[in-house]
Structure formats: structure tokens, C-alpha cells
Design a protein around this ligand. Structure first.
Ligand code: WTA
Length: 685
């Protein structure tokens, strides 16, 4: 990748004075005042914010925050607002409708095809949510149950998740790009006997048959003696019959249609529209303790299976609402668009809960950003007058390949704040975002956070923070970052080390579903007293934080976090593979991609057919986005004397860097020469 010209990449970018004038936080001094209060007097800070929300019963006096972050002092726990009862669904819907905002548009829905769109108000959503909450109740779903959701980006997804929240059931959303194996694994772990899905969805020209994948997942669950009782199916694409009967008033009839390729299982599968028809649109929310779980969401773990990250009611809601308001400088007339899928944490917090807690009007987009052409994003921005855009560096880099013309085809004059998430943004992409997409007028919020943190932890504030391309700048309110060394000692001033957080914020995850020990060992054991992010970080002379990437065996493909262990275990399942090791290597648009070394069993032949089979294997075990970019034939792997694979060395081989550093612990260094010699043909340019 070409490097950004020095000056541009290293200078400070001050917020546009126009934007500053009306911003919630207008200067870096104002930010510092608020920040100091959030750290030194968290009760004052968060209680004031909590006043805007509805508690059925208020928090108990003196029980504002209790926690232990130090594994050596006993179990790790975090409890905010104990004694309070509330309901998140009530706070993001009823509260607005009761305040007279029932007719405000919650979502402009933009379909895959540019002429397929609709809108839904807060009032309409409330009715839909109450109806579906009643449906769930009729089917025996109650507080604490886990409901799996595998859906495209359509309003019914928001209805399904908020219906769960209304009755205190935990939603466990699985991104629609995961395979049936991944879906079933998550359903088994969470014991989700209810699944909500849709017939299918088009992303660009590609059809994803969600119902068929769901059926396969249900069968896989059955093989493990787990019965999925009910599958609710939204008719989104419609069937051949639906469009051939000439009913053009039905939105589904306008979409490209197809016939379901799998059977409808009587007694188990039910159409969403059938059950919704007779349901009442009134449903009293279930009042829940502030610390009851709201949802779980799986994220990759550096060892073993994905972890079900559990978030709480009130803490998560307050944190989602507050980060949304300040990091994006959201005001009531803004039109906000987050391109993330709800299946990821970014979609949970910044498509659903954060915006809705603020009564925001958002764009929800089901399609693919390059379909039907590479100016689709800007056509959408102009169509809805989007003022705040939230996306990922991988998309910016992809768009950069097409140059400025597709961007300049549309005015984008409504844009005010541009935000990114998912991986470090390289200065080239930052500058394209700032100069070309934002016409050097908008603030950029590079938001660093994780599934586990619930919301932004490091981010600029659009009206306050002078920006540096590639830096997530400073901590959000309530976040106390530190950079520590291997021994867990805090480093001062300019430094590089592990990024940790010193005290809990309301949105921090509370546990790993069904495995509190894993919560403690993953996040709290290495550095007792701190939450460990797993990311490396630098702090510069101005106190700016720069994320340098994961320091564990995890990597980020197009902003999706994957673990090497997950990929390796799916490769090893192939009958011809004896051993596998996956590492990340730099990729021009995806940020990082997966580079897999495989050792074959005796007598097996390494050829193109096997490469295809292995890629397919990972696609079907995890999902298409996880497929390795490169498969490297490795007769042997570099290992320590104790047999641990030296991934550090493999990362060097992947980029053809012969400077291996200290390899004195390697058992047999001859394997390295062989690996350099048989680097895949396509990489030997
Ligand atoms: C990475 C996504 C640098 C990081 C919200 C983190 C980032 C992981 C940024 C979490 C950023 C996310 N700059 N790196 N602005 N945002 N990351 O759980 O490695 O899918 O630990 O949450 O993404 O990924 P996750």
C-alpha cells in the first residue's frame, strides 16, 4: 500500500468550527472536565445521565457500583445500579412514544435493490414488538431463556430482539454470514430451543438461503440430542407463488423471488406473518433487575470455542446511549447510518440500542455496499441526507480502489461526522475518508472498542478532539486506560505495551455465558486488577493512543475478529491434514487475511483440488468470510522444544521476511528453509 505523504498523515486536524458551535462537547477542555468527573465521581456523572431513563424502582442508595477487578481478591464481578428495576425495550420505545415521538421515523429501510425501501416509526415498532413479544410468550418463552436469531438486516430483526428484551429473554444473534455449523454450535452452547430466521436474503447478486442453513443447523443440534422446538420464519423474499399471484401490493412480491428449497416442517416451523396476525399489540414489559442479562453475543476466543459475551440491562443501555450521543455528536435532526450488520456488536449497540435510546432516525441497509455499483453508499447518503456515517476501514479501502469519481458523483453535503470501527485505520484510508468522502469538512471518529466493552472505549469527540490520522485519540467517559508491560507494570508517558482498563464502566461485559472461569482467565488473570483488551497500544508525546493490533492469537479480517485456533481446528478436520497453523498477514483491502500452513498426512498430495477443499471446509465450518487467503504446504512447522508452534516465525514466512529474530528456542530450524523455499507460487512475484 502506498504510504500517505508525511505531512498530511502526521499533522493535527482540528474540528470544523461550524460543527463545534452546536456540538455537545465544544472543546478539548470541556471534554477533560467531563472526563475527570466521569473517573473521579462516577456516581455523579452516571446518575445524571440515568435521570433521562425510566426505572420502575430506583437504585438502592449506596449501591451505585460494586465490583472486583482483581482475581487475586476473589471472583471478578461488576454491578451497577443494584436494586433498580427497569426494561430496556421500554426505554428505547415506550418512553419515546409516551413523549410524543411515536411518529418519528426510527428506520429508513433501504433494500438490496435501490428501488426497494420502506420506513418504520417508533410507534409502529412498539406495536410490532408487543405483538411478537406476545407470540414468544404464547410459545412458552420466558425470562432468562435464550432465543437464537439468524436474520438479514430488516426491521423484523429489531422487532425480534426488542421483543426478547421486553420479556427478559436473552437474544443470541448469529450473523447471517455464519455457516450452519457455527449457528448450531452457538445454539447448542446457549441451549436456544427457539430460532428466528427468514426465508433468505440477497446481498448484491448473491442469494443467502437462510432457511436452508437454519434447517441444517437444527439437524446438527438434533444429532447432539438437542431439540429446537420452534423456528419462526419471516417471509422476506417471498415465494414463487407469492409473486406469480399478481399481488404487487405486497412488498415481497417486488423482490427477486425463489422457491424455498427446503421443506416447511409442520409443528416446528411457523411463518412470522401467520403468528403476528392475531397477536395483541399490547404487552406489559417484564421489569428486570438492572444487572439481569440483556443479551449474549458470541465472539471468537483465542483458545477453544467462541465465547458467549453477556451484557447487562441498565449498564449496557446507559453506555450504548451515552457513547452514541457523544462519539457521534448526535442531535435530534441527524440522519444516522451505520453500515454494520446487527449480527455483530457494532450492529447491536450502534444500529439498535444506542440510536434507539436516543430516539434517533437511522438508515438500515440490507444490501452490499458495491451493489449495483461502487457509488451505492453515496447514493444512499444523498437519498436520506445522512449526516452521520459509521463504517469500517475495510470498506473505505475497498472504495479507494475505485478512485474519487464514484464518490464525487453524489454531493454528500449532508455529512457532518464520519466514524470508523473494527481495526486500526491506516492513515491513507483515514485521509481518503476525511478529504474525499468528507470534503475536509467532517470530523472523523475512530472508535476503538470490542464486543466485550459494549460500546466505544477510545474515541475522539467530533466537536472537541483534534484528530490524528490513525489514532483513536483519548478515552471515552468512564474509561481509565493504562499501558502495561509483560509484568503488568504501568508505563508512563510515551510508551508501547498492552492496553488495559483500570476500572469498570457501565457497558463492560459481566460474564462468559455458562463459563465465568473463562471470563476471569481471558480478561483478568494475566494482569490482576485490570481488564485486558488483548490489543497492543502506543501512547505518543501528546497522550494520544494508537492501537497496534491484537497481541494474542486473534486477527481481524475485514474487521471481523477470528481466532487462529478456530481456523486451525476446522482445517484439521479434513482427512488429509495432519497439522495446521494459521496466522494473519497484511492484506490491501481486508486489513488482515488468513494465511494457513498445513502439514499433510503421509502419502497425501498437495494440489489445487486440496486447496479448494480446504478453503471450502473453513467456509462451511465457520463462514465464507473466514476462508484462508493462502494455503501453504508445510512438511514441518517451526516449533519450540516443548512443541509449541512458533507463530511469530510463521508470520515472517508469510510476508517473506527472512529476519526471524531470536530463534534459539526452535527445535529444528531446517523446517524454516523448506517453508521459505516452497512459498506458494502466486506469492513469488
Ligand atoms: C479491533 C468490534 C483499532 C481490536 C467493535 C479489538 C480496533 C477488536 C478498532 C474487537 C479501532 C476495533 N482501532 N482496532 N478503532 N475497533 N478494533 O469484538 O483488535 O468484533 O480488540 O468488536 O477489533 O473486535 P470486535
Amino acid at each position: 500500500m502506498a504510504s500517505a505523504s508525511g505531512d498530511q498523515a502526521t499533522r493535527l486536524y482540528h474540528p470544523n468550527p461550524e460543527l463545534q458551535k452546536n456540538a455537545h462537547v465544544k472543546s478539548i477542555e470541556d471534554y477533560k472536565k467531563l472526563y475527570d468527573q466521569s473517573i473521579n465521581e462516577p456516581e455523579v456523572f452516571w446518575s445524571k445521565i440515568a435521570e433521562q431513563f425510566y426505572f420502575k424502582t430506583p437504585p438502592t442508595e449506596g449501591k451505585f457500583l460494586e465490583y472486583n477487578f482483581n482475581v487475586n481478591d476473589g471472583p471478578v464481578f461488576v454491578k451497577w445500579f443494584q436494586g433498580a428495576t427497569t426494561n430496556v425495550c421500554y426505554n428505547v420505545l415506550d418512553r419515546h412514544v409516551e413523549n410524543g415521538l411515536g411518529d418519528r421515523i426510527a428506520f429508513y429501510w433501504e433494500g438490496n435493490d435501490p428501488d426497494d425501501s420502506s420506513k418504520v416509526t417508533y410507534g409502529q415498532l412498539l406495536k410490532g414488538v408487543c405483538k411478537f413479544a406476545n407470540v414468544l410468550k404464547q410459545h412458552g418463552v420466558k425470562k432468562g431463556d435464550r432465543v437464537a436469531i439468524y436474520m438479514p438486516m430488516i426491521p423484523e430483526l429489531v422487532i425480534a430482539m426488542l421483543a426478547c428484551a421486553r420479556i427478559g429473554a436473552m437474544h443470541s444473534i448469529v450473523f447471517g454470514g455464519f455457516s450452519s455449523d457455527s449457528l448450531s454450535g452457538r445454539m447448542l452452547d446457549a441451549k436456544s430451543s427457539i430460532l428466528i430466521t427468514a426465508d433468505g436474503v440477497y446481498r448484491g447478486t448473491k442469494l443467502v438461503n437462510l432457511k436452508q442453513i437454519s434447517d441444517e443447523a437444527v439437524t446438527l443440534c438434533k444429532k447432539q440430542d438437542f431439540t429446537v422446538e420452534k423456528v419462526f420464519v419471516v417471509r422476506h423474499l417471498g415465494s414463487a407463488e407469492a409473486s406469480s399471484n399478481g399481488d404487487r401490493s405486497s412488498p415481497v412480491a417486488k423482490r427477486p423471488c425463489y422457491s424455498l428449497t427446503t421443506d416447511f416442517h409442520e409443528g416446528r416451523d411457523v411463518w412470522w406473518h401467520d403468528v403476528m396476525e392475531g397477536a395483541s399489540d399490547k404487552c406489559e414489559p417484564v421489569w428486570l433487575d438492572a444487572e439481569d442479562p440483556l443479551f449474549m453475543l458470541y465472539t471468537s476466543g483465542s483458545t477453544g470455542t467462541p465465547k458467549g459475551v453477556v451484557h447487562s440491562q441498565m449498564g449496557y443501555l446507559l453506555y450504548a446511549a451515552t457513547t452514541f450521543k457523544y462519539s457521534f455528536d448526535h442531535h435530534k435532526d441527524d440522519i444516522y447510518w451505520c453500515t454494520a450488520d446487527i449480527g455483530w456488536i457494532t450492529g447491536h449497540t450502534y444500529v439498535c440500542y444506542g440510536p434507539m435510546a436516543n430516539g434517533a432516525t437511522s438508515v438500515m441497509f440490507e444490501g452490499a455496499p458495491l451493489y449495483p455499483d461502487e457509488s451505492r453508499c453515496w447514493q444512499i447518503v444523498d437519498k436520506y441526507n445522512v449526516s452521520i456515517l459509521y463504517t469500517a476501514p475495510t470498506l473505505i479501502r475497498t472504495l479507494m480502489k475505485y478512485g474519487e469519481a464514484p464518490v464525487k458523483k453524489y454531493s454528500r453535503k449532508s455529512l457532518r461526522v464520519l466514524a470508523t470501527v473494527g481495526e486500526p485505520i491506516n492513515p491513507e484510508a483515514w485521509l481518503f475518508y476525511y478529504n474525499v468522502i468528507g470534503d475536509a469538512r467532517c470530523s472523523i471518529s475512530d472508535t476503538f472498542w470490542q464486543t466485550e466493552t459494549g460500546g466505544h472505549t477510545l474515541t475522539p469527540l467530533p466537536g472537541a478532539t483534534p484528530m490524528k490520522p490513525g489514532s483513536a485519540t483519548f478515552p471515552f467517559f468512564g474509561i481509565a486506560p493504562a499501558v502495561v508491560n509483560e509484568k503488568g507494570e504501568e508505563l508512563e508517558g510515551v510508551c508501547e505495551g498492552y492496553l488495559v482498563f483500570k476500572q469498570p464502566w457501565p457497558g463492560v461485559m459481566r460474564t462468559v455465558y455458562g463459563d465465568h472461569e473463562r471470563y476471569e482467565s481471558t480478561y483478568f488473570r494475566q494482569f490482576p486488577g485490570y481488564y485486558k483488551t488483548g490489543d497492543g497500544c502506543k501512547r505518543d508525546e501528546d497522550g494520544y493512543y494508537w492501537i497496534t493490533g491484537r497481541i494474542d492469537d486473534m486477527f481481524n479480517v475485514s474487521g471481523h475478529l477470528l481466532s487462529t485456533a478456530e481456523i486451525e481446528s476446522s482445517l484439521i478436520e479434513h482427512s488429509k491434514i495432519a497439522e495446521a497453523a494459521a496466522v494473519a498477514y497484511p492484506h490491501p483491502t481486508k486489513g488482515e487475511a488468513c494465511y494457513a500452513f498445513v502439514t499433510l498426512i503421509e502419502g497425501a498430495e498437495f494440489n489445487d483440488k486440496l486447496i479448494l477443499e480446504l478453503k471450502k471446509q473453513v467456509r462451511s465450518k465457520i463462514g465464507p468470510f473466514a476462508a484462508p487467503e493462502v494455503i501453504h504446504n508445510a512438511p514441518g512447522l517451526p516449533k519450540t522444544r516443548s512443541g509449541k508452534i512458533m507463530r511469530r516465525v510463521l508470520r515472517k514466512i508469510a510476508v517473506n521476511d527472512h529476519d526471524l529474530g531470536d530463534v534459539s528456542t526452535m527445535a529444528d530450524s531446517t523446517v524454516v528453509d523448506i517453508l521459505f523455499e516452497n512459498r506458494p507460487k502466486e506469492l513469488r512475484a
